[in-house]
Design a protein around this ligand. Structure first.
Ligand SMILES: [Fe+2]
Length: 304
């Protein structure tokens, strides 16, 4: 396995009304719109990533792509070649990227139809650029994905893409890392493939609390939280955005020591899902929002 993903870069989401959703993420959530073309919005956080969220027009919701970093152009070419040799569907061959910041990358399709982009050389965001917002997320901390093929998708992400298992939540969820962050991706066993939620990293617990207050002033109440998770030990608070997607403010996620870490199987009991015991388990409404609707992605384009 020579494929070494460095980090989670961005997620692109489809929505019938990108402008309204972009306004939610800029005016209420604390991101900044850095580019717009053909009703497609690119938003950044304060971290070095050129953009962390893309909102694209489409008739229905769904994930358009998930993007991860690779070390350099040689790694991009090698990854595309190795994955193709393993029978993985390459959707776009390695090429210069035309999204803001440029770069070089390729796209593959995972077994459930998700488009994954692996890239390098995207020029970083201007660290001198600032904007006025009560809280400003640094980056996407993690994305949780619902899967109808729990064992199969874990096998694909670990053996093909080099993700490592950090922890389990019984046999319901798995937390996968590519660097010292406890998880960049998590899979949740579900009836169908879809987006569960996207978590945005804030500097610390205090900022999560200020974020909750900011959203309350905008009339947006927490859907679940605040609390502190068992697996990952991160502070969390979940909300629904203007399109009904579930978004999370998080902070203080566990850092993994690669040399010593042993995955643990966490029990799914209220005191392990929220260690503080403030919020308990998510409500049926929150679970329904996190379930989303079936998202076939690019499955119809996978040549079998
Ligand atoms: Fe989360």
């Amino acid at each position: 396995m020579s494929l070494k993903i460095t980090h989670l870069r961005h997620i692109a989401l489809k929505t019938p009304d990108p402008a309204t959703l972009a306004a939610f993420y800029q005016d209420k959530w604390g991101l900044k719109i850095v580019a717009e073309e053909a009703n497609r919005f690119y938003l950044r956080g304060v971290g070095p990533e050129r953009f962390v969220l893309v909102l694209e027009p489409a008739g229905r919701r769904g994930i358009s792509r998930l993007a991860f970093g690779l070390e350099n152009r040689v790694a991009v070419d090698e990854a595309a070649r190795e994955l193709a040799a393993q029978g993985v569907t390459i959707y776009r061959q390695p090429a210069e990227l035309v999204t803001p910041g440029g770069g070089y990358g390729f796209q593959l399709i995972d077994p459930e139809g998700r488009c994954l982009e692996l890239s390098t050389d995207v020029s970083p965001a201007d660290q001198a650029e600032s904007w006025d917002a009560p809280v400003r997320p640094n980056k996407i901390s993690h994305v949780v994905l619902n899967t109808a093929d729990f064992e199969g998708i874990i096998e694909f992400f670990t053996t093909r893409l080099g993700f490592r298992v950090s922890d389990w939540s019984e046999q319901q969820m798995v937390f996968l890392r590519v660097n010292s962050d406890h998880h960049s991706i998590s899979f949740n066993r579900a009836p169908h493939s879809s987006l569960n939620h996207v978590a945005y990293e804030l500097p610390d617990m205090n900022e999560v609390m200020r974020g909750i207050g900011t959203l309350k002033r905008h009339g947006v109440s927490p859907m679940w939280g605040p609390g502190r998770h068992g697996p990952g030990n991160n502070v969390f608070c979940y909300f629904q955005d203007a399109a009904g997607y579930v978004c999370e403010y998080t902070a203080e996620v566990q850092k993994i020591d690669e040399a010593t870490h042993q995955p643990e199987v966490w029990q799914r009991v209220p005191e392990k899902m929220d260690r503080w015991g403030i919020s308990g388990p998510p409500s049926p409404e929150a679970r329904a929002a996190m379930g989303g609707e079936p998202d076939p992605g690019l499955l119809d384009q996978v040549k079998r």
